[in-house]
Design a protein. Structure first.
Length: 616
């Protein structure tokens, strides 16, 4: 701290990217290398010190209990952290300070069983690592690459309590003046300074220019000591290796500007190696901290989406009030969507309450379900429920598309995991599946609360009606009900089933669902069979659907037009038989045969409501 009062300290660069560049595969524990390959770690430290770095960080970014458990190294926490300090200290040779590096805990996945971690548990995990680093002789603690304000505040409290060392606390921001954990740059960093951090700043993130913007903004508003460790630009994949494009000269220029903006410690993060550090040292030699003229800065009120005007009750509300008839359609396979618009007009005129727009069912390319639904709502005026599959989008795209869907007037979504890519793989397509349906539901519920998957504010909130799937045909109904329980707990408001051909099985599944305490409205899917071959295909090839032998026999005994009539008759019977246990019906248009679906809409509309859960 005495040194910071009179000089700018140049830190080191990225440890992990240097290890990767020197042949370490990404699937191993980089922190464990302190024990398994200490000479390689020491070599990187020595190279940074030789380049002129006067602050080296230990190779312990992920050396906490949770991250080490993933590599079966949790019992070596003390050894790995102590070795990290020992290797850095030996390389420093009295010429550089050693900061014990601590990164955030591994993120909670959006998969099935994610739960919130208790604050006491988080505190204990950080305190354990901090104590090991302090006991091994670190000169300071650096908390780095945090995006969760709450978590870094807990880590800072642990550092202040467990060790009597200076603390550098660094957040990672998504964009200039963006939010970290829902808090903007000034309150986020000033809050850390007020909580006792000796130095506050930012590292990693969206490139060097973005880090410069953040330091310039915050440095003009605070006297807090500042640190900045930017990435060497945006990474790119060249020949299977991740490469950072920023040159040493550019990084040195950014470092100079960071000091002018008030940074007391300047180094690099991902992609910044010894050459970049040497260029910074040459440019910043003998530089003293800049004098800052702190001035109050007016902060405009955050932009918020316009408040929606009065609107009718949500789809989920209407499901509880009266039986509801919806029809599921597929978007077109190409540019011409006129037939879909015509079909939706027909369905609207026949009394359809809503249209479900599928999201490339069976992994076959179709127009965006969101775009098609927005067109239908605009041109036809019938409400749409948009299928959202986890197969085709990563978590970034899922959130972006849903925010766009809300802006386009989409108010209801059906979250599904999605059929795996099989035959479509010949065109190079691959499934994504960053999350499954439960994780997707939880993410949509987060958008309804105004936060993204990373916990950061999205500048407003949606109020999507969230639908989920349920398969009453599944052999182990108890398991399927348990899975449905998790979907509802994650935030689902209503339930669409897989195609139902066995009314008795459906009634039994509903009984189990209600006994499990699940009160969400349920709509069975009814599909009018077209022919014997169609029935055989559904029974043998369509995931999640099974036909009783009696229905297979009925369809086998019908030919031509009579087969279509028999399929419609079976569908009408199923509508009647499932009605006492359902909150409406979802009619699937076979092969987009909307004329057949419309006839079933007419039939369903002849039923009168005798209370919730009945079309009778």
């Amino acid at each position: 701290m005495d040194a910071l009062a009179s000089q700018v300290i140049v830190g080191d660069g990225g440890i992990a990217t240097e290890l990767h560049q020197r042949g370490v595969e990404p699937h191993v524990s980089f922190d464990g290398l302190n024990l398994s390959r200490p000479e390689l770690v020491a070599e990187i430290h020595r190279d940074y010190v030789a380049a002129g770095a006067r602050l080296v960080e230990t190779n312990t970014f992920g050396a906490n209990r949770l991250r080490l458990e993933q590599y079966h190294l949790a019992d070596r926490i003390t050894d790995i952290n102590a070795a990290g300090v020992r290797l850095a200290r030996a390389a420093a040779g009295g010429r550089a300070f050693v900061a014990g590096a601590i990164g955030p805990l591994p993120p909670l996945t959006l998969a099935d069983d994610a739960t919130e971690r208790a604050a006491d548990e988080i505190y204990d995990i950080f305190a354990e690592q901090i104590a090991a680093l302090a006991e091994a002789g670190a000169d300071a603690i650096v908390l780095k690459t945090f995006s969760d304000i709450g978590q870094i505040q807990i880590a800072l409290r642990a550092a202040r309590t467990v060790a009597d060392l200076p603390v550098i606390a660094q957040l990672t921001f998504r964009h200039r003046a963006g939010a970290s954990g829902g808090v903007d740059v000034y309150p986020a960093l000033q809050g850390l300074a007020d909580a006792g951090a000796d130095v506050v700043g930012t590292n990693c993130g969206r490139g060097a220019a973005n880090v410069l913007h953040i330091i310039e903004e915050f440095g003009a508003q605070s006297h807090a000591r500042l640190s900045a460790f930017p990435n060497a630009g945006f990474p790119t994949n060249i020949g299977g290796r991740i490469v950072y494009p920023a040159s040493p000269e550019y990084m040195a220029t950014i470092a100079e500007r960071l000091v002018e903006a008030g940074a007391n410690i300047v180094g690099g993060c991902c992609g910044t190696g010894p050459r970049e550090v040497a260029a910074m040292v040459e440019r910043l030699e003998a530089r003293r901290p800049a004098r800052r003229l702190v001035r109050p800065v007016a902060r405009p009120a955050p932009l918020r989406p316009a408040e929606p005007g009065p609107r009718s009750p949500s789809f989920a509300d209407r499901l509880r009030d009266a039986p509801t008839v919806v029809v599921e359609l597929d978007p077109p396979c190409g540019f011409d969507y006129s037939r879909v618009i015509e079909n939706c007009r027909m369905l609207r005129d026949r009394g359809t309450d809503a249209v479900v727009m599928g999201d490339s069912p069976l992994a076959a390319m179709r127009m965006s379900s969101i775009a098609m639904a927005a067109l239908v709502q605009r041109e036809v005026g019938v409400e749409c429920i948009v299928g959202v599959s986890c197969r085709d989008r990563n978590l970034i795209a899922l959130q972006g598309d849903l925010i766009g869907a809300w802006a386009l007037g989409i108010r209801n979504v059906l979250a599904i995991t999605g059929d795996p890519v099989c035959g479509a793989a010949e065109c190079g397509a691959r499934g994504v599946f960053d999350v499954n349906s439960i994780g997707c539901i939880r993410m949509i519920a987060g958008l309804n609360a105004g936060v993204g998957a990373d916990g950061a504010s999205v500048g407003g909130a949606a109020s999507f009606g969230i639908g989920c799937g349920f398969n009453p045909n599944f052999r182990n109904l108890a398991f399927e009900v348990h899975k449905l329980r998790r979907k509802v707990d994650a935030g689902a408001h209503f339930i669409f089933t897989q195609i139902v051909f066995d009314a008795g099985r459906f009634a039994e599944s509903v009984r189990l669902v209600r006994e499990a305490g699940i009160d969400a409205p349920i709509l069975p899917a009814v599909y009018p069979l077209l022919s014997r071959r169609n029935a055989e295909f559904i029974h043998n090839e369509l995931p999640g659907a099974r036909l009783p032998q009696a229905i297979l026999d009925r369809m086998a005994g019908a030919d031509g037009a009579s087969a279509s009539r028999e399929g419609a008759a079976i569908a009408r019977e199923l509508i009647e038989q499932t009605a006492p246990h359902a909150d409406g019906v979802c009619i699937i248009a076979p092969m987009n045969r909307v004329d057949l679906a419309a006839q079933l809409v007419d039939f369903a509309r002849t039923r009168t409501n005798t209370g919730r859960g009945a079309l009778s």
